[in-house]
Structures are given as C-alpha cells and as structure tokens.
Write a protein that binds this ligand. Structure first.
Ligand SMILES: CC(C)(COP(=O)(O)OP(=O)(O)OC[C@H]1O[C@@H](n2cnc3c(N)ncnc32)[C@H](O)[C@@H]1OP(=O)(O)O)[C@@H](O)C(=O)NCCC(=O)NCCS
Length: 207
C-alpha cells in the first residue's frame, strides 16, 4: 500500500462497523473476495491480485486526499475486514454524470447480515450532512438483484429513465444494461432527518 493511513481521519462508525482508511493487512482478504466468482458474478471478471491492490490503493488515496471515499469495512467486535462501502465519483460517460455514487462489495461470508445497508446509511449521512451533496446515485447491472435490494432498503428510488448501457461493456454483454437509483438530500432528510440519521446509524465521524 503506497498511502500512509491515518487512523481516526476519514473514519465513520456505526453500531457494528468501522468505515475506515485501508490497511496493508486488508489487501490479502480483499484480493480473496475479488477472486471469488460468486462475489464477482455481476462484474465482467474476477480481479487479479494486482488489480485488487490497485483498487484498494486508489480508494485509500481518495480518502487521504479528500477525507472520504470507498472505505474499508471492519467489524468492530472481531476486527475482521469484510470489504468496502463508500462514495465515489465515476469518470465514465453517462447522461446522469457528473454524479457521486454509493457502492459496496463484501465477502460472501458477510452477506445476509445487514452490513452493506448499515455501512451505506453512514456513508449517505456523511454525503448529505457533511459534504452537503444534493443527490447520491447508485447503479448496478440489471441482474444484480442483491445490490438493487440494498438501494431500495436505503430509500433510493429507481429512475427507469436513467437506466443505461455501461460504456465499458460491449453490445450484447450480459451485464451491459444497468439500473440507476437516486436519493436526493430532501428525500434523505424526510426519511431520517439529520439528527435521526445519526441516531439511526449510530454514525459518527472523525473526518
Ligand atoms: C450487494 C451486496 C453488498 C449485498 O449484500 P447483502 O448482505 O445482501 O445486503 P445487506 O448487507 O444489506 O444485508 C441484507 C440482508 O441481511 C439480513 N439481515 C440479517 N441480520 C440483519 C441485521 N441485523 N440488520 C439488517 N439486516 C439483517 C436482511 O434480512 C437481508 O437478508 P436477505 O438478503 O435475505 O433479504 C453483496 O451481495 C455483495 O457484496 N455482492 C457482490 C458485490 C456487488 O455485486 N456489489 C454491487 C456492485 S454494483
């Protein structure tokens, strides 16, 4: 890992999870989950160790630079690294750009426990209450039902008019068609309220 981590800076906390900068010890378990065909079912391919490390390093550099990004997820009780959740500004061309997206990827053993939704609520609270964003989007391959279920649990709304063909994938590719979900700051505040969001997620920030 080329980036120094600064524990405390750029860290969010929920009742069960830390969203924190990446540590060198995360790289091996992250490479293992990125090499798991079930985790990567809705991506074009599994990642090599080099690709996995590059993703972690880029994510960590963004957190170091701006205080937020795709945070490493740690289970507080066990100290286990389980994947990432966080905010990112995609660079590909699409009608809804520029936008800030929320994204997640967890190892299989950590599915089915509400971790992605819990972490994402903290990240959304940060996006709206600390960054002052007007909107956060999320998108995934149409067939990735587990991911769109997280979006709906978060109160995001499917915008069928925003659905798009991912420009990185060729015509006819099984993952090309993507759904677009949106969440406005207004809808977020109506659903949780700034204070309620902090209470609901237990999210705190040292950023
Ligand atoms: C997408 C992904 C993060 C979703 O994970 P998930 O575990 O299904 O989602 P959550 O963490 O929100 O957990 C919700 C589930 O935990 C259950 N759950 C158990 N304990 C819970 C608790 N204490 N609180 C909340 N939910 C809990 C819920 O009932 C729900 O179960 P269900 O799937 O049977 O309906 C995961 O499948 C993944 O990493 N996939 C691979 C990567 C990927 O595709 N990323 C998205 C690309 S755009």
């Amino acid at each position: 890992m080329t980036t120094e981590t600064n524990p405390g800076a750029g860290t969010l906390r929920t009742p069960r999870l830390l969203l924190r900068p990446w540590l060198p010890s995360d790289l091996e378990p992250f490479a293992a989950l990125n090499a798991d065909p079930q985790v990567m079912e809705h991506f074009p391919a599994v990642l090599s160790r080099e690709e996995s490390d590059a993703f972690a390093t880029a994510s960590n550099e963004a957190i170091s630079r701006q205080g937020w990004g795709r945070w490493a997820l740690e289970v507080i009780e066990t100290g286990e690294f389980i994947g990432f959740t966080g905010l990112h500004r995609p660079t590909f061309e699409a009608p809804f750009m520029p936008a800030t997206e929320i994204a997640w990827r967890l190892g299989r053993r950590s599915w089915g426990q509400g971790y992605a939704t819990e972490a994402a609520r903290a990240a959304l609270g940060f996006a709206f209450d600390h960054l002052g964003l007007d909107e956060v989007v999320s998108f995934t391959a149409t067939v990735n039902l587990r991911s769109s279920a997280v979006m709906r649990r978060l109160g995001m709304t499917h915008d069928p008019a925003g659905d798009f063909d991912h420009p990185a994938l060729p015509p006819g590719h099984r993952l090309r068609r993507h759904v677009l979900y949106r969440l406005s700051a207004t809808d977020w505040r109506e659903r949780y309220g700034a204070q309620a969001a902090a209470r609901h997620t237990g999210a705190g920030t040292d950023a």
